[in-house]
Design a protein around this ligand. Structure first.
Ligand code: ADE
Length: 227
């Protein structure tokens, strides 16, 4: 898979890809990540990428020309299945969107800033708008890191234990059950006996019931979902 990220601030985005699972995935060539600095595509001498909104009002608007040039440049090299704009008013990210995106070959992610992009970018250049939650970040970069992480860890071969992405919270519509490791007794705080019993079917039953209990308590809305 290849992800091209268009951003005004690539330095905001580098470190998530330089450690742990994402670093390993890049090294193993499971994914190629490339950053494209929007300012490099600015048209005028001042490298201007934003301008005042038509009709007045507070805040600046990201201009269409540098974004269009950058996307056009990328599209000359290869075909993209999605051009994603990260914005707080997009469709809310969830596990099923991440699963779907992890099967794509090439995607572009555009990070917004200021008040956002000229609406014509959204109307003509973008195929999908995604928000990582109902809150406003200063820019799309941190959201892009979140989105990329959630996608890349699902690419086959990226996680060491193949089954571990399947047992994540949300993957089966429920939150994950509690997990424990040694010691079985720490300061009198004991691990549930069933987990050290060696009875695998009973352990599985316990996990299922705990997942249900946790979901009912923390996220009852997930249980109403008719998926
Ligand atoms: N840019 C600013 N806030 C955002 C959010 N919540 N999700 C995605 N992109 C954003």
């Amino acid at each position: 898979m290849r992800i091209d990220i268009i951003t005004l601030f690539p330095e905001l985005l580098r470190s998530p890809f330089e450690a742990s699972i994402l670093k390993r995935a890049i090294k193993a060539k499971k994914v190629v990540i490339d950053f494209h600095t929007l300012r490099d595509y600015a048209q005028n001498k001042n490298k201007q990428v934003d301008d005042y909104p038509f009709g007045g009002g507070a805040g600046m608007v990201m201009k269409i020309e540098p974004i269009d040039l950058c996307i056009r440049h990328l599209k000359k090299e290869r075909t993209y299945e999605e051009v994603i704009y990260l914005t707080p008013d997009g469709e809310q990210l969830n596990q099923s969107i991440s699963n779907n995106l992890s099967t794509k070959k090439n995607i572009i992610i555009l990070c917004g800033h200021y008040k956002g992009v000229d609406q014509r970018v959204r109307d003509h250049l973008i195929t999908r708008e995604i928000s990582i939650g109902d809150f406003v970040l200063s820019g799309g970069e941190l959201a892009a890191a979140v989105l990329c992480d959630s996608i890349i860890r699902l690419i086959p071969g990226v996680l060491g234990d193949e089954s571990s992405a399947l047992t994540d919270s949300y993957q089966d519509g429920l939150l994950a059950p509690p997990i424990y490791t040694r010691p079985a007794n720490y300061k009198g705080w004991e691990v549930p006996k069933i987990l050290t019993s060696g009875n695998t079917p009973e352990v599985e039953k316990w996990r299922e019931s705990q997942a249900l209990k946790k979901t009912k308590k923390s996220r009852p809305d997930l249980m109403e979902d008719p998926r």
